[in-house]
Design a protein around this ligand. Structure first.
Ligand code: SF4
Length: 508
């Protein structure tokens, strides 16, 4: 559901950032990054930033706002160079405003790096504290800044940026797809489970390389998809070409399955499959799992439209446009009353009476988080004359919080964590309600060795730390952790430096 009520009881899942990087000497890399960020704007609308390496130093410009609001033509013209990274942010982890905007700068003696991160790290409180004790200054509370400063610290100790990145990857836990620029090179690396997406592309005629959260950002700059960056892989792109290295931890692919349900743009490819066609397939499967007598199928724009199309096709029902979205509403203020909150939804969405009046409707959407927005949409359809509203959701019930870059709050805020399907149906006022099964979902998405489905089944690929567990789960419903902390992540930062020196001695 792409409605963003931006109310205190936020009722949608929020992506948390998109990243882009380009290495292309002789091309306007700042402007290419600007275009790449445009394509990724759906992944974050709070702030945008670009950092450019020009052979001598790294220049950064970032601010709160949409990509078009942050950068003028003059800003881009003032950032010449041959390598760049960019970031769009939806911020939840530790602060909003300019300080939270990325890329984060870290200065290591005479080397300057800028880092952009998509995802969330689960163990940065401890690492931040350690770095502060070691005299490292911070400008924000953001987890990504901890990663940037840690890379800086280890690079200073080892005199090799690659070592700095490898040591940092050994200590940070959670989800990360990161791009980093220095004056003469681009780095791209992904967590050992590959939870957040990152792809590598090549510009035509060997003119350079691009990395991005989604393939739609490759398309916009004319790059061809080469492959996904592997879990635990570090790519370095420079005059020497593209080199790849795998770091300390074992790699187990567990990408976020929700990317294909909701976050990714339909024109992106994930695992070689078009997100649009995967969503159509989810609708077809949903029709087989949860059929209903009805007159017409409609979807909640935008991400509910492809599965609605699939449902209609499989059920042999007409597919119609019953809800119209106002595309010019970017953000509303916090709505203090229920009445104003309802107005917030109506600002973004309206029912098309001509299509729904007197009809038995199948309403398809990607997810139900709190259920308040869905209740308003059902009411809106009834007010417009729908005789029945049957809600079909092309994902399973969201019952557990996400700690890997998606803002789902606590279990208390998820209606399906404490209510049966029948109770949720009653709350949203629908005539019937059904969710796609986990098995059904996994049969529709691109085939991979495994997926993270933690928000549906509570099985977390990266251990949920006790500090998060305490506040995020209902009594008796704790996480099932599929892995334990790496012993390296429990080292103190200065102990890690000793380990690095030992490894260097052994390999010398
Ligand atoms: S918990 Fe859910 S939203 Fe979070 S990474 Fe896993 S599948 Fe994606």
């Amino acid at each position: 559901m792409d409605l963003r009520p931006d109310s205190e009881d936020t009722d949608v899942l929020h992506e948390e950032c998109g990243v882009f990087g380009v290495w292309a000497p002789g091309l306007d890399v700042a402007r290419m990054t600007y275009f790449g960020l445009h394509a990724l704007q759906h992944r974050g609308q709070e702030s945008a930033g670009i950092a450019v390496g020009n052979g001598r130093t790294v220049l950064v410009r970032k601010d709160v706002g949409l990509v078009t609001q942050v950068f003028s033509d003059a800003d881009l013209a003032a950032m010449p160079g041959h390598v760049a990274v960019g970031h769009v942010r939806y911020g939840t982890s530790g602060g909003e405003g300019w300080e939270g905007a990325q890329p984060h700068l870290s200065t290591i003696e005479d080397v300057i790096i800028a880092l952009a991160h998509n995802g969330t790290l689960v163990n940065t409180d401890y690492l931040r504290h350690e770095l502060v004790e070691l005299g490292v200054p911070f400008r924000s509370e953001v987890d990504s800044e901890v990663a940037a400063k840690l890379i800086g610290y280890f690079t200073k100790k080892t005199h090799h940026l690659r070592e700095g990145i490898a040591s940092t990857m050994a200590m940070i836990e959670g989800a990360y797809a990161m791009v980093l620029v220095r004056e003469n090179a681009l780095y791209a690396f992904r967590d050992p489970n590959g939870i957040r997406p990152l792809v590598l592309g090549e510009l035509p005629e060997g003119r350079g390389w691009v990395v991005a959260s989604e393939t739609c950002a490759l398309d916009i700059v004319g790059a061809r998809l080469v492959r996904e960056v592997e879990p635990g892989e570090v790519l370095r792109i420079s005059d020497d070409g593209v080199t790849s290295q795998f770091e300390y931890q074992a790699q187990t692919l567990r990408p976020c399955v929700f990317e294909q349900v909701y976050f990714a743009r339909p024109d992106s490819l994930v695992g070689g499959r078009s997100v649009y066609s995967v969503r159509v397939k989810m609708g077809e499967r949903l029709a087989a799992e949860a059929p209903v007598d009805a007159d017409i199928v409609i979807g909640v724009p935008d991400s509910g439209l492809p599965p609605a199309e699939g449902y209609a096709r499989a059920a042999g029902l007409p597919f119609g446009e019953g809800l119209i979205k106002n595309r010019y509403v970017a953000r509303t203020f916090i709505q203090p009353t229920q009445e104003l909150r309802e107005m917030g939804v109506r600002l973004k969405l309206n029912a098309l009476r001509d299509v729904v009046e007197g009809k038995r409707i199948v309403l398809v959407d990607d997810s139900i988080v709190r259920g308040t927005t869905m209740a308003q949409i059902v009411r809106m359809l009834r007010d417009a004359g729908a005789s029945e509203v049957h809600v079909r959701i092309n994902s399973p019930e969201v019952r557990f919080p996400c700690f890997y870059g998606i803002d789902t709050g606590t279990q208390e805020q998820l209606i399906s964590a404490s209510h049966t399907v029948e109770e949720v149906r009653e709350r949203i006022g629908a005539d019937s309600l059904a969710f796609l099964s986990v098995e059904g979902l996994l049969e529709c998405v691109a085939p991979m060795d495994g997926y993270c489905c933690a928000c549906f089944d509570g099985r977390y690929p990266v251990e949920v730390p006790p500090s998060l567990e305490r506040h995020s789960f209902l009594p008796g419903q704790g996480p099932k952790n599929l892995s334990r902390h790496s012993p390296l992540a429990e080292l103190r930062v200065d102990q890690m430096v000793d380990v690095l020196e030992m490894v260097a001695d052994e390999t010398a």
